[in-house]
Design a binder for this molecule. Structure first.
Ligand code: CU
Length: 635
């Protein structure tokens, strides 16, 4: 049934082309590269691969807003409230652990709304999940009480709390309340001898609302506020100020809860909360193994001004990182040099002019070296980014994207950042099959990259999901055609390489369900799995034994009866993706020597190249066919 639909889809495209209803560029690409597929024939599959659709039972379906591959081979699918306000209000937050080989699924207790938070793997294989949703947005027509963002600075070196329901008095005498309890971190000592006894105040944001309905609570100007009933002494240690109070739409608000998901016990274990509240943050691993949490929307609905938080996986403590502003969900990749490369990709919110230029960020001295040459720099929002395989080449591909916000601009441009030398720069890559926001990518074990899905318009408007896939080969800097997926994937979707060499795609959150954009869209809950052409190219090599842990910079021997025909060994760090942002996934080329019945491998020693943690060890034979991966922990 599915395949027939697929063929009918192509037939329609061809008819449209014959009628001249499509653009010449697309016409050329489709007619020259895609035959009408006899999808199930071995010849077709060996050239284009094969997609298969999976529908989980009703009880196991979740909105895949976040997906990560655990070292147990299972997918961690995190919905939280899953873009569903009713679930948010009911406190119904969901996480599913799903085994893509056996189909076994398990819902996991999820106490906090991790919807639109961030995540990064830790050296022990746990997934650090931090931030999420404190409040859903409220459209202007539902706003009865004027409100806005209030900031409180704490000048004392002690933690203090401002309880929910506290009354704030504006400079004009108006009364406002917050229904959140605000925890104010202690002020921190300013370093340096001459600063002894001086403290840098901590800062917290919260939304306050007028206690009187309607326009009476509106205040066009920001200014100083005070807290009702506070003693003079305490009041003197706090600075309270707020922006304008309006009846405009109330923005989404970020949260600061944080937990480690343990793949063995399949449970969340709470850790200390992140110092700053964040919705749409990026979490990325640093050279030293700490995790840096960047950007996001704060507790008052504003984009973080630049404060970053650092999680130390050994102590479980958070500290301050370098201050730098980025729009939300910035794509930040750890490079061999220890610097983070910001590709330019972001998704969600942020200044149109600030923090959008690609560059290399040196965390040690907080300097930022711009990387020039990105074509169509105004169309990078909702683009994809991937550290190309093998990671030693230090190249990042930026894929598609569009104008800021709901801009109608979308591009088919790809660009390759070459970051190894002294003069890092972008050059234009081959165009996608169609202009795409939210394109998905997954590194394959043969050093190619599957690029699939996306939509031509903002959040799939006007049924613009792209049912096309391509495979990018970094060696030839070109795309080849892959079998078209059945299911469209736009906002809130992911593509994840599985240990058996297949790729799972999940999620998609179109605004509308019809071409006229008159019917509200539904979150896509079907999973689709792609088997690349290499799975139809003959027997797979096998790795039969070897250690489960190897030191970074160390060596190890793995047994295989196929040693004579092995041509590549790759360590692939598992994906953890959301909102076009997957900065975890990387494939490292491993040098090896053949031994009788085995392979002796050597792990590179660079901490910027090889973050500690669990990897998939793939071996590829001389026909480009990969083994099923063996999980190895780099320690
Ligand atoms: Cu989101």
């Amino acid at each position: 049934m599915r395949r027939r639909l697929g063929r009918r889809g192509w037939a329609i495209v061809v008819v449209l082309l014959a009628l001249g209803l499509s653009t010449p560029v697309i016409a050329q690409q489709l007619t020259t590269t895609v035959p009408l597929p006899e999808a199930d024939t071995p010849t077709y599959e060996a050239q284009y691969g094969h997609w298969e659709t999976i529908e989980l039972p009703d009880t196991d379906r979740v909105n895949a807003v976040h997906t990560a591959l655990l070292h147990t081979g299972k997918l961690l699918i995190v919905a939280g409230s899953g873009a569903n306000q009713a679930y948010f209000e009911a406190g119904t937050f969901k996480t599913l652990v799903w085994n893509p080989v056996t189909g076994e699924a398990k819902l996991v207790p999820t106490p906090s709304d991790f919807f639109c938070g961030g995540h990064a793997f830790l050296p022990n294989g746990n997934l650090l999940v931090a931030g999420g949703t404190q409040r859903y947005e409220v459209p202007a027509e539902k706003i009865e009480y004027a409100g806005g963002a209030l900031k409180i600075e704490n000048r004392l070196p002690v933690t203090r709390q401002v309880p929910a329901g506290t009354t704030f008095v504006s400079y004009a005498g108006g009364l406002y309340k917050s229904d959140e309890t605000i925890t104010l971190p202690p002020a921190t000592p300013i370093p340096g001898k001459h600063n002894r006894g001086r403290f840098q105040p901590s800062l917290e944001d919260v939304r306050i609302n007028s206690v009187v309905k309607g326009a009476a609570g509106v205040l066009a100007q920001g200014g100083t506020y005070h807290i009702q009933g506070l003693s003079k002494k305490l009041a003197a240690s706090l600075n309270v100020f707020a922006g304008a109070m309006t009846l405009e739409k109330e923005q989404w608000e970020g949260a600061n809860f944080a937990a480690e998901f343990d793949p063995i016990t399949e449970r969340y274990v709470y850790v200390l909360p992140m110092p700053h509240k964040r919705w749409y943050p990026t979490l990325t691993t640093e050279e030293n193994g700490n995790v840096l949490s960047v950007s996001g929307i704060d507790g008052a609905g504003l984009v973080q001004a630049g404060a970053t938080d650092v999680f130390n996986p050994h102590t479980g403590r958070w500290s301050k990182g370098p201050v730098r502003y980025f729009p939300t969900y910035p794509a930040l990749f750890l490079m061999d040099s220890g610097k983070l490369f910001f590709s330019g990709s972001t998704t969600g919110y942020g200044s149109a002019s600030k923090g959008r230029q690609p560059g290399l960020w040196n965390l040690k001295n907080n300097t930022f070296q711009l990387v020039p040459g990105l074509p169509e720099p105004g169309e990078v929002e909702t683009s994809g980014s991937v550290l190309l395989p093998p990671a030693q080449k230090q190249k990042v591909m930026l894929i598609g994207g569009g104008g800021i916000g709901e801009s109608p601009l979308t591009t088919a441009r790809t660009a390759i950042a070459s970051l190894a030398g002294r003069n890092p720069s972008y050059t234009r890559g081959p165009n996608l099959a169609a202009p795409a926001r939210y394109p998905l990518s997954a590194i394959l074990p043969d050093d190619t990259v599957l690029v699939t899905g996306g939509s031509e318009q903002y959040r799939g408007e006007h049924e613009s999901d792209i049912h096309l896939a391509r495979i990018y080969n970094p060696e030839t800097n070109s795309f080849s055609v892959a079998a078209p997926p059945e299911i469209g994937r736009d906002y809130h979707s992911e593509a994840i390489l599985l240990p058996d060499g297949r790729v799972a795609t999940l999620g998609s959150d179109p605004l509308y369900a019809n071409k006229a954009d008159t019917v509200v869209g539904r979150f896509e809950q079907r999973i689709e799995i792609y088997s690349p052409p290499y799975l139809f190219h003959g027997p797979r090599p096998v790795v039969t034994g070897g250690p489960s842990a190897v030191a970074r910079g160390g060596a190890a021997t793995f047994t295989t009866p196929d040693s004579g025909e092995i041509e590549k060994v790759r360590l692939i760090y598992p994906s953890a993706g959301t909102h076009d942002t997957d900065v975890e996934e990387r494939s490292i080329a491993i040098s090896f020597t053949r031994t009788p019945g085995g392979l002796h491998i050597k792990i590179p020693s660079s901490a910027g190249l090889v973050p500690l943690g669990w990897y998939m060890l793939f071996v590829d034979n001389n026909k480009g066919v990969p083994s099923v991966a063996r999980w190895v922990q780099v320690t």
